[in-house]
Ligand binder design. Sequence first.
Ligand SMILES: NC(=O)C1=CN([C@@H]2O[C@H](COP(=O)(O)OP(=O)(O)OC[C@H]3O[C@@H](n4cnc5c(N)ncnc54)[C@H](O)[C@@H]3O)[C@@H](O)[C@H]2O)C=CC1
Ligand SMILES: O=C([O-])CC(=O)C(=O)O
Length: 340
Amino acid sequence: MRPSLLRYAAQALRRRDYSSAAAAAERKVAILGAAGGIGQPLALLMKLNPLVSSLSLYDIAGTPGVAADVSHINSPALVKGFVGEEQLGEALEGSDVVIIPAGVPRKPGMTRDDLFNINAGIVKGLCTAISKYCPNALVNMISNPVNSTVPIAAEVFKKAGTYDEKKLFGVTTLDVVRAKTFYAGKANVPVTEVNVPVVGGHAGITILPLFSQATPASNALSHEDIKALTKRTQDGGTEVVEAKAGKGSATLSMAYAGAVFADACLKGLNGVPDVVECSFVQSTVTELPFFASKVRLGKNGVEEVLGLGQLSEFEKEGLENLKGELKSSIEKGIKFAHAN
Ligand SMILES: NC(=O)C1=CN([C@@H]2O[C@H](COP(=O)(O)OP(=O)(O)OC[C@H]3O[C@@H](n4cnc5c(N)ncnc54)[C@H](O)[C@@H]3O)[C@@H](O)[C@H]2O)C=CC1
Ligand SMILES: O=C([O-])CC(=O)C(=O)O
């Protein structure tokens, strides 16, 4: 890779300067499911992140090749591949951040909840190992259904006595990435300047973009435009699943989103101030035990779960409408963790 390309990719992830103090800490990042559709480009992006000193790539198959490939890139992170359960402990030991994109993706006609039966067990097994080998790591859960896999992880950690609600995150960054892109296109504003909070959960109507708080503000958008943007954001995953026609779901945009979120976690750990991202975390923002909203990240993970701010009538309605589905997905995860 040419140095200019390397610089470009690193810059794409960088929304604040990496101060020398922040960049100095040694940080190990592990990716579980690293040989998959998301795992491979995510491994590439994390290899390019200057905050990563050690990159551990784990999967049940295929990681030696991915690790050999990525390790040739002339950036500082030292890359190691681990394959099979017997190497999982070594892969995890000493990790500061563990990113989990392990599990099956959707095919057309499926909901994220249809993945529950397979992915719940995968996530449970991986979280059991995390509680044993790196109980202090920040966990970035990508595996679907996120609305259930995060509660499963919480229950596994509670059982092991290692649960720290500040360290468990459902990755909803792709919803934010989509909301920003779709809003910029419709409002005709520069996409790199756009911010849109997305709250709730990560499936269908539980995804609630707050376009009334989007910046730069636009008065060019009608109520119909906002409704259409909301629906497109909620259906963004399905749009990709259908376009891929049986060959999986979002991988490249998800790898980008996962890299943005992991980068924010690393900056928070390193003491960079005012790092705020939306994430699905343990929450008291609503009556639901887990909820996605803006979160301030710090040296211990979640520093502060931020409130929802002022909502439009349309958003208030969306919030009430999503609670039933989100509640039952959370309960399904908790029930699974207790029963298995
Ligand atoms: N949170 C989000 O916004 C998004 C979540 N996803 C979810 O991410 C997950 C992965 O998607 P893809 O990478 O496209 O799937 P994929 O099938 O291409 O890759 C999954 C990888 O997980 C590995 N794996 C399976 N069991 C494992 C285990 N026990 N330990 C370690 N690795 C294991 C597989 O070997 C495979 O390499 C899916 O559940 C998908 O729904 C996808 C896009 C967005
Ligand atoms: O739609 C899916 O199944 C994958 C996903 O979570 C997304 O792309 O948002």
